[in-house]
Design a protein around this ligand. Structure first.
Ligand code: CA
Length: 178
């Protein structure tokens, strides 16, 4: 399993690298957002550990740009404090999970392994299909730019279908997601 660690604090980056390597993971480190973008775009990582606070473009922006570029490697964001807004912004920007600093290594490793199992299936934060645009974070749906009012269940059903284009869903699958 190969992981990209994006962290500008040298000591912490070295510590994370060492900790993950001891657990048998291959680790690359990037110390800036730009470097993270090109590394993640050119190497097939199983997961990315992405610090929020970076010089230049921050972790949120790195995450958004990777998803815009259709890089779907699972991303775990590191947030410095237990700030709800940070976690929400990260998840809405296309991150898959987050961990608050300071964290325990076994938890970081367990979460990375769980994320890697999901693979790099496309999971865009905003879903678009045939003129329909569904934004789960804003709970909004538009058709050709015109807002559509949906009930909570209608919204959940539409989101479920749009996340699985071209697939027939069983009743059980639908119930799991709605
Ligand atoms: Ca940092």
């Amino acid at each position: 399993m190969r992981v990209l660690v994006v962290e500008d604090e040298e000591k912490l980056a070295a510590l994370i690298r060492q900790g993950l390597e001891q657990r048998g993971l291959a680790v690359d480190v990037a110390d800036a957002g730009e470097e993270a973008l090109w590394r993640a775009g050119s190497t097939a990582y199983d997961a990315i550990v992405l610090d929020v606070m970076l010089p230049g473009i921050d972790g949120f922006e790195v995450c958004r740009r990777l998803r815009e570029d259709e890089v779907w490697t699972p991303i775990l964001m590191l947030t410095a404090r237990d700030a709800v807004e940070d976690r929400v912004e990260g998840l809405d920007g296309g991150a898959d999970d987050y961990l608050t600093k300071p964290f325990a290594f076994p938890e970081l490793e367990a979460r990375l392994r769980a994320l890697a199992r999901r693979g790099d299936e496309p999971r865009p934060p905003v879903l678009e299909s045939g003129g329909l645009r569904l934004d789960p974070a804003a709970s909004s749906v538009e058709r050709d730019g015109t807002p559509i009012e949906l009930s909570r269940i209608e919204f959940a059903m539409l989101e479920t279908f749009m996340r699985r284009p071209g697939r027939a869903l069983t009743r059980v699958e639908l119930l799991e997601h709605v």
